[in-house]
Design a protein around this ligand. Sequence first.
Ligand code: FBP
Length: 548
Amino acid sequence: MTKSALQIARAAYQPKLPSALLNGVKTTLGATTQSVADQEEIQKLFPNTYGMPLVRFEATDEVTAYPAFNVGVILSGGQAPGGHNVISGIFDGIKRLNSDCRLYGFILGPGGLIDHKYMELTSDIIDEYRNTGGFDMIGSGRTKLETVEQFEKGYEILKELGIKALVIIGGDDSNTNACVLAEYYAAKNYGIQVIGCPKTIDGDLKNEMIETSFGFDTACKLYSEVIGNIQRDCNSARKYWHFIKLMGRSASHIALECALQVQPNICLVSEEIEAKDMSLDDVVTYIAQAVAARAVDGNNFGTVLIPEGLIEFIPAMKRLIAELNDLLAKNGEEFSHIKKSYQRDYITKKLSEENAKLYASLPEEVARQLTLDRDPHGNVQVSLIETEQLLAEMVSRKLTEWKKEGKFTGKFATQHHFFGYEGRCAAPSNYDADYCYSLGYTAAFLIAGGKTGYMSSVRNTTAPASEWIAGGVPITMMMNMERRQGKMKPVIQKALVDLNGAPFKTFVAQRDEWARKTDYVYPGPIQYFGPTQVCDQPTKTLQLEQAK
Ligand code: FBP
């Protein structure tokens, strides 16, 4: 495999570890825990893994000898920078406990466990992937581990390979499934532990004990670099408004973090739009007003950051999408035979008055996307809707009207961008390289300590790595009951942007100034070598959240 110069140099980087994990490690148990809500129901569903204590690892002079054991690892869901370092952390951690320990990777996500597709991860394989981005060492997948048949198929191969513990590296849903699996194996007395690791660029798997999900840091830094470059271009040419959609599924953490890093003219935050019950027209008017105000100063350019999940958070759009889902579920067959040019008319006639009006106001292409792009469950795939284009077109229409009324005197030309996939497999920043390696290492100690149903937790990460706090959090502690596909289910509570939190408040305090002035910041590319204030800074979100 041909390697870039950076890849070669970066392979030698030794990720930093909390000092508690460097020599002898002692386990301290904290108080017993409760789920964040619905305690009685969650306790009933998880009789073996509910209420367990918090675990904290501390340094000791005594070094314990452990018998050899085997571990399995799965990468689940979307890629996030640092996944390979979690695996190398597990590998180095278990080898330090006993050099005869073995690590097996299941191929292409949870599906590999069910289909018995795996490979042993030996030191030569691990060394190839240290500090690299991507999940290509073993691949990832989105198969959900949720049925007894799947658990039993998994057990067959785990038993065959003599695996004592399985580490599932995933987001909120994958870690929920990890906990269900832990409970199942515990109830069956199979002697197999399950440990979770918090992964997702979306940043929405966090709580009191999990400061951040890995990958968020690198992905946001990469997007901020590119947005910064666009801002410089935009401030040089002074002729375009750039509409930039950012990945992140429902939560707006990525958009907000990028805004804090680059100081754009506008950043929409879906959670705020929902809380204020804003309509699509309100959002469009808000942007158009900023464009018109800058035009008065002669600035016919700017940047607008848009979170991927925005559409779902506009209450009126949510209602329209729900009605469209039902309508197409009922009339899908008939609809598919209607000529393209009549399809919009057909839908409009069948919709309720309020939704018909909104649907009619949408640009042609977006209206088409809302009716055609559906997932296997019959839902509109909102991530495929070109929100950046939708908003740009609607703002343009509004400004044309305002021009006639004399309310807008400037020019309005647009460019659109979507940043997502290019950030998910970037080489992990020092923060993610260290954090992920520490998460993996911590998982190894949780396994050695016989823990199951825990998520690996590394906290205090705004301090130097030596002061990071490593331990484990019972996954049931993060759960509540939510309606999923018509049924109440125990799930890890998703963390959306907290409108009372420091990151959002900091943004709000400055956004009006950013909107009117040109106060761009150009963060530049992620630095892997150099002074710590350039290379090791965590995200602004984390710094603001952790500032005491
Ligand atoms: P995870 O939640 O599994 O980490 O995935 C994150 C994500 O990148 C979202 O931001 C995005 O909406 C989604 O994956 C895209 O999914 P896919 O990779 O299937 O296109």
